[in-house]
Ligand binder design. Structure first.
Ligand code: SF4
Length: 504
C-alpha cells in the first residue's frame, strides 16, 4: 500500500488554507510551537476518547502496532474485521492515498443502544469529541471518514458523533451512557460526499505544486483554528499594526489592512470604526493616557474601606469529578484576597488553595465567607465569573445562601472605569483585561516570570494535580498556583492605588 498523502487533520488544514497544508507537508520546521492551551485541549480530547471506548467494552485497538506505522494499522484493521472482531478502536482505513483513523468501529450495534434486542449485522462508526456541540468542522471531518471507509469497501449503517452531554449531573459512578450524547450525522455526511471528493482533489493538486501557494494573510488564519504558521506568514506585519487593536472584528481589520491602513497611526481621523476603537486610536496617536477624573471619582465613591481585593481560580473538568457537578462546570479551587483597612494601612494577604483529590467547593466557600466577614467593599476585576461561581454555590449549599448574598451585595467591579474608558492607556490595546492593564500601568508586576501565568494554565495545573502522585511536583505546582493568584489581586491593589492618585 502506498503511503498516504492526506489525513483527516491535513484535509481540514487544507480546507482552512492551502498554504497551511503545503507548508505543513513540505516545511514542517516552520510550524509555530504548540501552545500550552492547545496541548491541554489535545490531551483532554485523548482522555475523553479513551473513556468513550468503555461505551463499547472489549474492543481491540488497531493502532497498537509499530508507532506511527499507519500502513500496518490499516492492515491490522482489515485483519480484525475479517477475523470477526466486533469492536475496533482506532480503526484505520485508507483510500486513494487518504488515511483516516476512526475512534470506534462497531459491528452489530443496535440503534437503540444499550438495549441489545435489535442487533443486526452491520457496521457503525463513532467519532468522539470532547465538546458539547457539533461544529461544522466536525461534520466535515466525519464526512471525510465516511468517504474513506465506504470507499475502502466497508458499508456503514450509520455514522455518529459522540459528544459530551452538558446536562449530565454526576451522582456516584460516572454513567457513561448519560455522560455522552450520540448524534447520527449520516444524512449530513452523505450530503457532503461530492464536496469531500472535490476538496480531496483540490488538496492533492496543491501538494503537487512546486511552489508555496501565494496566499495573503486573512480571516482564514483564525478560523476554524488559529493557524500554526502565523510566525512565518505574519512576520512582515509591522509593529503597532491594526491587528493589535483587540476586540475589533477580523473582517474590519482585514478591510483596513488591505486598503493600505496597516498601522494604527495610519488610520484616518474620519472613519466608521467603533467609539472604543477610536478612543484607542486617538490615545495611541497622542501617546498618553486619557483620564476622566470625575468618572473615576464617582467610581471610587462606591468602594468603601476596608477593602478586599478578591480573585477566584476555577477549573472545568470535561468529565465531572465530583458528585452534583456537570461537565465543564466551573469548580472553584483557589482564591486570593488582599485586604486594606484604610488608604495608608499595611496590606494583608490571605488565600485558599484546595487539597487535591477532594471536592473543594465547601471548604472554599467556608474559608471565603470567614475571610470576608468584616465589613467593607469587595473589589473584583470582571466580577461575572466570581458572581456566577457564588450563585452556583448557593444552589449547591443553600445553607450559605444568605451569607453569600451579603458578600455579593458588597461587590464592586474594578473593571468598570477601564471598561467605560474613564481611564484609558494606549498600551491597553482596546482591551480591559487585567493582563493588558498591568502591562500598561504596572509593567514591573509582570506575569512572564511565573510558571503559571494565566487562568487556563492554572485550570490545567489543578486538574493535573488530581492524579499527581509525585510529592515534589505537587508542592511545586501548589507554590506556582499560589504565586499566580496572589499576583492577580496584588495587581488589583496597585491598579486601585493608581486610580486614587489620579483623583487626589
Ligand atoms: S498563517 Fe494564514 S495565510 Fe499563512 S498558512 Fe496559515 S492560514 Fe494560511
Amino acid at each position: 500500500m502506498e503511503k498516504h498523502i492526506l489525513s483527516k487533520s491535513t484535509f481540514i488544514r487544507g480546507l482552512q488554507c492551502s498554504k497551511s497544508l503545503y507548508l505543513y507537508k513540505n516545511f514542517i520546521q516552520l510550524r509555530d510551537k504548540i501552545s500550552f492551551e492547545q496541548q491541554a485541549v489535545f490531551n483532554r480530547g485523548n482522555k475523553v476518547g479513551i473513556l468513550a471506548q468503555k461505551l463499547f467494552p472489549g474492543g481491540v485497538d488497531a493502532s497498537k502496532v509499530k508507532r506511527s506505522d499507519y500502513t500496518a494499522a490499516v492492515s491490522r484493521t482489515t485483519e480484525l474485521i475479517k477475523s470477526g472482531v466486533e469492536v475496533i478502536y482506532e480503526a484505520a482505513f485508507q483510500h486513494n492515498k487518504v488515511l483516516v483513523i476512526l475512534d470506534i468501529l462497531v459491528k452489530n450495534t443496535p440503534n437503540n443502544f444499550p438495549d441489545k434486542s435489535h442487533w443486526d449485522d452491520e457496521w457503525y462508526a463513532y467519532e468522539v469529541k470532547s465538546s458539547t456541540k457539533i461544529s461544522h468542522t466536525y461534520l466535515l471531518d466525519a464526512s471525510l471518514q465516511y468517504w474513506v471507509i465506504t470507499n475502502s469497501g466497508l458499508l456503514l449503517s450509520d455514522m455518529s458523533l459522540i459528544t459530551i452531554n452538558n446536562k449530565y449531573i454526576r451522582n456516584g459512578e460516572v454513567k457513561l451512557n448519560e455522560l455522552f450524547s450520540f448524534t447520527s450525522v449520516k444524512n449530513e455526511v452523505i450530503r457532503n460526499q461530492p464536496k469531500i471528493e472535490e476538496n480531496i482533489s483540490v488538496s492533492k493538486k496543491v501538494l503537487e505544486q512546486l511552489q508555496i501557494p501565494k496566499i495573503e494573510i486573512g480571516e482564514q488564519c483564525f478560523s476554524p483554528y488559529s493557524c500554526d504558521f502565523m510566525g512565518t506568514c505574519w512576520k512582515l506585519v509591522p509593529a503597532n499594526s491594526i491587528f493589535e487593536i483587540t476586540g475589533m472584528q477580523k473582517s474590519e481589520q482585514f478591510n483596513l489592512y488591505h486598503s493600505g491602513y496597516k498601522t494604527i497611526s495610519e488610520i484616518p481621523e474620519q472613519n466608521n470604526l467603533d467609539k472604543n476603537v477610536n478612543i484607542h486610536v486617538q490615545s495611541f496617536k497622542k501617546g498618553s493616557p486619557m483620564i476622566d477624573t470625575k468618572a473615576i471619582s464617582t467610581f471610587l465613591d462606591k468602594a468603601q474601606y476596608p477593602l478586599f481585593f478578591m480573585d477566584f481560580e476555577t477549573f472545568m473538568p470535561a468529565v465531572p469529578i465530583y458528585n452534583n457537578t456537570k461537565p465543564y462546570q466551573h469548580i472553584p479551587f483557589q482564591y486570593s484576597l488582599h485586604y486594606k483597612k484604610s488608604t495608608d494601612s499595611k496590606l494583608e494577604h490571605s488565600y485558599f488553595l484546595a487539597e487535591q483529590g477532594q471536592d473543594p467547593r465547601k471548604l472554599f466557600l467556608e474559608n471565603l465567607l470567614k475571610d470576608t466577614e468584616n465589613i467593607g467593599s469587595i473589589l473584583v476585576y470582571d466580577a461575572l465569573m466570581e458572581r456566577n461561581v457564588l450563585n452556583g454555590l448557593k444552589k449547591d449549599f443553600p445553607e450559605f445562601s444568605h451569607e453569600i448574598d451579603l458578600r455579593l451585595k458588597r461587590f464592586v467591579d474594578l473593571m468598570q472605569p477601564f471598561q467605560e474608558r474613564s481611564y484609558y492607556h494606549p498600551l491597553m490595546k482596546n482591551s480591559h483585561s487585567i493582563k493588558n492593564l498591568l502591562h500598561a500601568l504596572i509593567p514591573e508586576l509582570s506575569y512572564t516570570n511565573l510558571q503559571i501565568s494565566n487562568g487556563s494554565m492554572a485550570m490545567v495545573a489543578f486538574e493535573q494535580l488530581q492524579t499527581e502522585t509525585d510529592m515534589f511536583k505537587i508542592l511545586e505546582t501548589r507554590e506556582n498556583l499560589e504565586k499566580y493568584c496572589e499576583l492577580d489581586t496584588l495587581a488589583m491593589v496597585k491598579v486601585f492605588e493608581i486610580l486614587e492618585k489620579e483623583v487626589k
